[in-house]
Structure formats: C-alpha cells, structure tokens
Design a protein around this ligand. Structure first.
Ligand code: GDP
Length: 528
C-alpha cells in the first residue's frame, strides 16, 4: 500500500490531518497498539505514559485514585504525532465500559476509526456497540486483527463475522501466514510481498502459490495455506476507496501489536486512505474544513486536578479555520465572547506549531464552567454543530440530601456536574427530588464522591420507581402537552429543559409507546 502522501505529504495543513480513535473490546490490544503507533510517530515520551496507564487495573475501588491522576489522562486524551507527512490526532476513548458516554462523544470528533479485533475472539460486545456509534456518522473504519502470534480463528471465519454482524464489507489487504506458534508473517495481495515476522523484512514473491511462502510454514500446514490464500485472493473483495470513505467497506490488516508487526501497514493505510477532516453538520449549514473562519465544538469536559479550584478543561475539535492563542471566539449558546488565552495544544513534538491549530485538531481550553459539552465556538456566526449526542441512561436514581438547607447547593452542584457530563440530570415536573441518570453504575459512585470532595455535600441515593427514560417530542405541540399532562408524575425536564418521560420498565414503556402513536420516544438526543 503505497501512497503519494507517505513520502513528504501534502503541504496543506488540513489535508495532512488524520483525526481518529481506536475502537475495541477491553483486552483486544488497544493500549498496546496505541503505544506502537506513538513509537512510530516518534512521540516516545507519551508512549511511556500510555504504558503507565495500562499497568493500572481499572477496578471500582481504585478508580477515584486514577481520576486524581488526571494529569496523565488529560495528556492521553489526545495524542498527536507525525508520520508519513501526516499529522495524526489519536483521540483516546476510555477503556472502562462505565465511561461509554465519554467514548461515544469522543467518536463524534473523529473522521476515522481503527477497529482492533482479537484474532481468537472476533467481534465482541463492546466493539459492536462502538461500531454502531461510528455507523451513525458513516465513519470509515480500518480493521486490525490483532494477536496473530497466538492461536487464532480462521481468517475467513473472522471476515465473515465482521460482514454478518456489522453489515460491513471487508477487503483483506494482507493475509496471515500461519497463526500462533507457526505465525510466520503476512502476505500482501496487492504487492505480492511477504513480510516475515522473524526479521521484519519484506520479500517479493510471484504470488501466494510461490514455494518461498510455503517454506515459511511447517510442511503439514503449507498446502492448506496456499489453497486458502489463493482462494482469498480470487474470491474476496478488492479494496475500494469510495466504499471505505462512505463507511461501507473496511480494509483488514492482520498482525500483532505486541510484536510490533503489521503496524506500519496499518498506519500507511491511515495516511493514504483515511479522510482528512471532513465537513461538519451544523444546524443551519455544513461547515467545510477549509473555510477560513474558526469554528469548533466541545465534545468532552475534564475536571482539573485541583478540587479546590473548579477548573475544567474543555476539549474542542476545531472544525474549520485556524485557532490561534489569544484569539476571541463567540460561545454561541450564550452569545458571549471568550478569550482563548491559554488553549492547550497537544503537539508534543514541535513547539513551533504549538500556537495554532487547524481543522481536525483538538485543543484543550481551560475554563471555570463556562463551557459545556456540545458547545459551539465561532468567530461570530450563529451556528450550532449537531451530533454530540446524549444517550438515554440505563440507570436512574433519585438523589437526596439529609440537610434540607443544602438542597439548593445540591441542585447547583448537580447542574455543574451534569454540564460536565458526569451524570444526566432530570428534574421531575411534579416537584419531587432530582433524578440522576447514568450509563454505568460506576458513575453513581463517582458522583457521590465528587459531591463530597468538591462541594462538601453528603448526598445519598434513594430508589425510584423509574428505570428507563426517553426524550419525547411530537409534531403537534398540543399532542405533547396532552401527553405531558396525562403523565405528569412521570415527566421531567433535562438540563436544557427538554421533556423526558420516565417509565418503570421497558415493558411499560412499550405499552405507553403503543398508546401514544403521535409521540416520538427517543433514546438519543443531540445536545442543544
Ligand atoms: P486493551 O485493553 O485493549 O487496551 O488491551 P492491551 O493493549 O492492554 O492488551 C491486553 C493484553 O493483551 C496485554 O496483556 C497485552 O500484552 C496483550 N496483547 C496485546 N497485543 C498482543 C499481541 O499482538 N499478541 C499477544 N500475544 N498479546 C497481545
């Protein structure tokens, strides 16, 4: 896979950008692959920090400690490195499943994704879920089948599983030569080359049938391999750039992150084929990446290390124009101007470019709660970027505090933490206590801990009869009002005041959906 970009690369800063994330099931090898990609890009000092992260076992009990070390997670939220003339922005997606909302939102800020699959396991639950989020925006996916140095499933079987479970066409770029103990390397169809794992050297062969390939395998495996590889070459789909860019086809690479094998092919493919920053849809129009004026949206908020100062870092994806240190930008939600005095850039390597960022880049903007998830910043235009979604929580709890005098303080704290995306907040229409919603149970612990340490509030949960909720809307406002009145005790308003219906079980929700055909019940909400 050779590309004109790999030697030298385009001069245009936007065409050079590749902003992507890695999606995978825990343990498939995301951290190892990240490390290897960074080593390739020369960002070695960062690779060490990724490693440090891996050694921490993310269990419930030590999560708080981990979060206190946010210095590292801020750094690893965005990892920028240069390779093959391209500037890669690798956006980290938290590994723990309880952080799934953060992960989903991060995926709204990327233009491509690398899907890592464990060759022994195939498509696992979380990979599938994350893939579905990518599909919402038709994000192009490059697949890396990892751990070929271990016993693996049959490659045909793996490709078939990707096609069937994800409804995604596959185009294998290379083919593993053996697996586990006999893993000898990969054969690349297009170039008729073999890369050997023993010495990482490449040799050109006449084709899969070349006896030089068979010679790499134990005698009893060679014949079957030849047959299989020739069948794969003849029968499988060739790589189609347009279908890849539209999110319908994934090129597939086989390798081993741990053995640093197959990474070069993967990153070359990202440089050559992954899209540069694409146009982003806003409410009034699509904003193209090469427009001169700066625009961007906030997809993640991270509380800073010091709990005594309510500092937060808002991560903004630049969508167009050029962001420079000190520039003024309009926060569209409030109409106010904010100064980008101390944006943090993540170009670890080259300080000379650290004062400006382009479409596709991510900058960290320190602020004291001015910025929220989903916020749009512009040079004056009133547009709002779409597509930082909120997902209906899977767990609902009523939250209360013993000291009634502190009810107002609790409400304020909950609003702030909801703006940060720690929990979702629902204020019941009937005046009863606030309800919080989370995707994973760990978030509940985090909320109580943060209320205590940062706000001095001793809050506790009470059960509520509600277990599911949906945003409700209707074409006819009178219908929605009728529904809300009839269900007053099950209605609430979210942080933006949008109406939410809560039900005691998925079963009763279905019942209400059938009873009210004019009402839309949605489990995803775009911010704003
Ligand atoms: P993550 O949870 O997806 O970030 O996975 P890690 O990168 O932490 O990897 C999980 C485990 O699999 C670790 O013990 C890695 O050393 C191991 N691992 C990752 N890649 C490979 C590989 O290519 N071959 C083998 N044998 N082990 C691997």
């Amino acid at each position: 896979m050779h590309s004109p970009l790999v030697n030298g690369g385009p001069a245009d800063p936007i065409a050079r950008r590749r902003t992507f994330a890695i999606i995978s099931h825990p343990d498939a090898g995301k951290t190892t692959l990240t490390e290897k990609l960074l080593l390739f890009g020369g960002a070695i000092q960062l690779a060490g920090e990724v490693k440090a992260k891996r050694n921490r076992v993310q269990t419930r009990s030590d999560w708080m400690g981990i979060e206190r070390e946010r210095g590292i997670s801020v750094v690893t939220s965005v990892m920028t490195f240069e390779y093959g003339g391209c500037v890669f922005n690798l956006l980290d997606t938290p590994g723990h499943e309880d952080f799934s909302e953060d992960t989903y939102r991060t995926l709204t800020a990327v233009d491509a994704a690398v899907m890592v699959i464990d060759a022994a396991k195939g498509i696992e639950a979380r990979t599938r879920k994350l893939f579905e989020v990518c599909r919402l925006r038709d994000i192009p996916i490059v697949t890396f089948v990892n751990k070929l140095d271990r016993e693996s499933r049959d490659p045909f079987d793996l490709l078939d599983e990707i096609e069937k479970t994800l409804a995604l066409d596959t185009a294998p770029i290379n083919w593993p030569i053996g697996a586990g103990k006999s893993f000898a390397g990969t054969y690349t169809f297009g170039t008729k080359t073999v890369r050997r794992i023993a010495d990482d050297e490449t040799m050109t062969v006449s084709g899969a049938e070349d006896s030089a390939v068979a010679a790499l395998l134990p005698a009893h495996e060679a014949g079957a391999w030849q047959e299989e590889a020739m069948l794969a070459e003849a029968a499988l789909k060739p790589f189609d750039l347009a279908a890849f860019r539209e999110g319908h086809l994934t090129p597939v690479f086989f390798g081993s992150a741990l053995r640093n094998f197959g990474i070069r092919e993967l990153i070359d493919a990202m440089a050559a084929y992954a899209p540069s920053p694409r146009g982003q849809e806003a409410d009034k129009r699509t904003v193209e990446a090469d427009e001169p004026k700066m625009t961007g949206f906030v997809f993640k908020i991270q509380a800073n290390m010091d709990p005594n100062h309510r500092d937060r870092i808002a991560f903004m994806r630049v969508c167009s124009g050029r962001l420079t240190r000190g520039m003024k930008a309009k926060l569209v939600r409030t109409g106010k101007a904010i100064s980008l005095n101390a944006p943090q850039f993540f170009f670890a390597q080259d300080r000379t470019v650290a004062d400006e960022a382009y479409a596709g880049d991510v900058v960290g903007i320190p602020n004291h709660g001015t910025l929220r998830i989903g916020d749009t910043l512009t040079e004056g235009e009133d547009i709002v970027f779409r597509g930082v979604p909120s997902f209906a929580p899977e767990i609902l709890r009523r939250i209360s505090i013993k000291d009634a005098m502190k009810a107002k303080k609790l409400r304020e704290a909950l609003e702030q933490l909801a703006e940060e995306g720690v929990v979702q907040l629902f204020i019941p229409n009937d005046g009863s206590g606030a309800i919080v919603g989370v995707v994973g149970a760990l978030q509940l612990d985090v909320l109580i801990e943060r209320l205590k340490t940062e706000y001095g509030l001793d809050a506790a949960y009470e059960t509520t009869r509600f277990s599911v909720c949906r945003w409700v809307s209707a074409d006819d406002k009178a219908e929605l009002d009728k529904f809300a009145t009839a269900n007053n005790s099950a209605m609430a308003a979210d942080l933006d005041g949008a109406p939410v219906f809560m039900a005691s079980s998925p079963f009763s929700l279905r019942y209400d959906e059938e009873r009210w055909p004019t009402i839309r019940f949605s489990d995803v909400k775009d911010y704003q």
